[in-house]
Ligand binder design. Sequence first.
Ligand SMILES: [Zn+2]
Length: 357
Amino acid sequence: MLNDPLYAALRRVFGEVLVASEGERAAITSAPRSSVSRILRRKSDTVTAYGEQYRVNCPFCKNTPPYTPDNGQHLWISHIYNTDIQYDNRVVNFGWSPAKCYRRGCLESRRNKAALMAMIKEALDGASLKMDLVEERRAPSLENLPGVPLPPHLALTDPAVPEFVHSYLAGRGTSAKELSEDWGAVIGFTRFYERPALVFPIWQRGAYVSWQARFIGDDMELFKNGHKKPKYYIPSPTKKSWMLYNMDRAKYHSPGVLVEGIFDCIKVGEAGVCLFGKKPSLFQCRILGSLFGSSRLVWMPDANDPDSVATAEKMAPELMRSGLIKDVRIARLPYGDPGSFNRRELWEVIKGAGPLN
Ligand SMILES: [Zn+2]
């Protein structure tokens, strides 16, 4: 528990508090000693991950117990919520109060924001929230880690692989043979899913580092508390923000093609890299810079997800302005995600991507 007084105050206000990402500090980009004022001005650029979070029932959308699948603890409050940061022998309140209601977005309203702040302040009863400024959390040098062992598995081409796996893959425009031969995928028996899942090994700078599992099908399994399990799973201690799928092969291609998921990457082919999400972490941006800095990166967001397109539109010019990559372009699909097209169709869109203006 990183912020005991805040946690205790939340207990007083909300009763039960779940802790997520326990022990993980917020990641703040390192700044030279003289630039406190710059940090203050550019707070949105300096926090790159919010670390430990306290999850409570949202008082605004009446998200209260008992807990059912549609009624969980949807209000997430970061451990750095309204906390004074000790920096360079002085204490600064950065005015950050990261909190988000994942059910209805209740905290986008100024009034609710202020109301939450007031509730917490009152519960704090004069106790102050203080923390040392921590440097950006750096991804460890993955090449030197032993790698997370693959779960027990079966070759995708094994005759014992059930038929529904083949029909699922055919529905996604690929095959057991392609996934096995070109991408090293297997059928894995993970501890996360009850059913066997597709397991993709992840290599980085010549070393095997971890794997990602993809649930087969759309009838998601449930956790004990009734929540749906996610479709993708990456085992700890690795984090998706540390990795860039297929980077070792894509680096020989120009342009490299940036997509969200492994299946998108498979559709693109060897030039594809995937983020395991829609927004690259600072670390992933650096890898992209090292791979494609002097060549070209074409970013292909999911056309059916406005957030994904907005992220690409915001960050592509930033990658160029920051000097990380000389030429970044956005490939705009007419609809759907890269998984909805075949490779030839995708490459028509990729080649048609013009320079940003
Ligand atoms: Zn809410």
